[in-house]
Design a protein around this ligand. Structure first.
Ligand SMILES: Nc1ncnc2c1ncn2[C@@H]1O[C@H](COP(=O)(O)OP(=O)(O)O)[C@@H](O)[C@H]1O
Ligand SMILES: [Mg+2]
Length: 321
């Protein structure tokens, strides 16, 4: 089942042909030495490429069997661990995000309060200044204070209560698509691959739009005008987000065929102020992550040159389930 081949095809094959991983020769060498020395060994998180192009991650245990006959045998156990690794990664992503969010909140409040005082004082000063030529300076103070205030507000996210109601995710995606087409005419093609059987989700529609727009805008920029962006929806049954198992989960995928997330940013794109663009704010993704987290969901990213996917997981059952 793991290799997706029948036993008839496997019997009689060489082990290293069956496991076409990068170090196939090494595998053969390890197996031979286990046979010779009769020492068991375990190899963790091996990547194996399957014949259909998929890569899976396994833990591998090799156990020499001691027979009285001359022929030695090895018992090789392959245990797929992708799911466990994904859960570990998600837990890390969530706790990382929570820590960042707490930091931002604390910092933003610390900055906002004195900023208000600063701006107020500059305004009073402006009114008192005898020489209008000096007002240029108070203007700068006020404008810069306003700019910082706007930035802080964006980092803090929406300050009204969420307004959950029944939302059709395809309406949300069509809305996002419309905005993107209007924003960048002559931009990449925006294709749709929707699962029409998806039920409505209880969510704050504006927040979903904002989150998906932040993700998709990056995709449009990455794909460029000759590229393509795909908006895809899928239902997943019995799926774990973070540590919580859900009966039904919706996955919204935003995929582009651009050059991929730069290697050096890959682990940090959900941190605020991390941007690969000159003049980028680096706030799009952390805000999107926060908005999706508020719905009990999570955003993940998988990226290589030519295929970048942002996967938005949202639980579909009601809160009291
Ligand atoms: N689809 C994508 N393809 C390639 N890189 C991406 C993609 N989405 C995000 N990124 C990278 O992640 C960075 C952070 O994105 P974001 O938080 O939206 O901030 P900003 O867009 O202001 O730079 C981007 O600057 C870019 O380098
Ligand atoms: Mg962005």
């Amino acid at each position: 089942m793991l290799f997706d081949v029948s036993s008839r095809h496997i019997l009689g094959q060489r082990a290293c042909d069956l496991v076409p991983c990068p170090g196939a020769q090494q595998v053969e060498e390890r197996l031979r030495s286990a046979l010779r020395t009769r020492h068991p060994f375990t190899e963790r998180e091996l990547n194996i490429s399957l014949s259909d192009g998929r890569t899976i991650t396994v833990n591998c245990t090799v156990l020499p069997l001691h027979h009285f006959e001359a022929r030695a045998e090895l018992l090789v156990e392959l245990h797929q661990v992708d799911q466990q690794l994904r859960i570990n990664r998600e837990e890390q992503l969530l706790s990382q995000h929570q820590a960042t969010q707490a930091l931002i909140r604390g910092l933003a409040h610390e900055i906002k309060n004195p900023l208000g005082g600063l701006r107020g004082a500059a305004q009073l000063l402006e009114a008192e200044l005898p020489d209008p030529g000096l007002r240029e300076y108070t203007r700068i103070i006020i404008e810069e204070a306003d700019r910082l205030q706007t930035l802080m507000n964006r980092m803090l996210g929406p300050n009204r209560m969420p307004q959950p109601r029944s939302v059709n995710i395809h309406y949300v995606l069509e809305h996002v698509r419309g905005l993107l087409l209007a924003e960048s005419p002559g931009g990449p093609r925006i294709l749709r691959d929707y699962d029409p059987s998806l039920p409505e989700i209880r969510a704050d529609q504006d927040r979903l739009i904002q989150a998906l727009l932040n993700i998709a805008r990056n995709g449009v920029a990455a794909a460029g005008k000759d590229g393509a962006l795909i908006l895809r929806t899928r239902a997943l049954r019995q799926f774990t987000i973070g540590t919580k198992r859900h009966r039904l989960v919706m996955r919204v995928e935003v995929e582009d065929n651009g050059p991929g997330v730069p290697e050096e940013l890959r682990d940090r794109i959900f941190f605020p102020m991390v941007s690969g663009h000159h003049g980028g704010t680096g706030l799009g993704l952390p805000i999107a992550q926060e908005l999706i987290n508020q719905h009990g969901g999570l955003i993940e990213c998988e990226s290589r040159p030519g295929q970048t996917q942002f996967l938005v997981y949202l639980p579909l059952e009601l809160e009291h389930d």
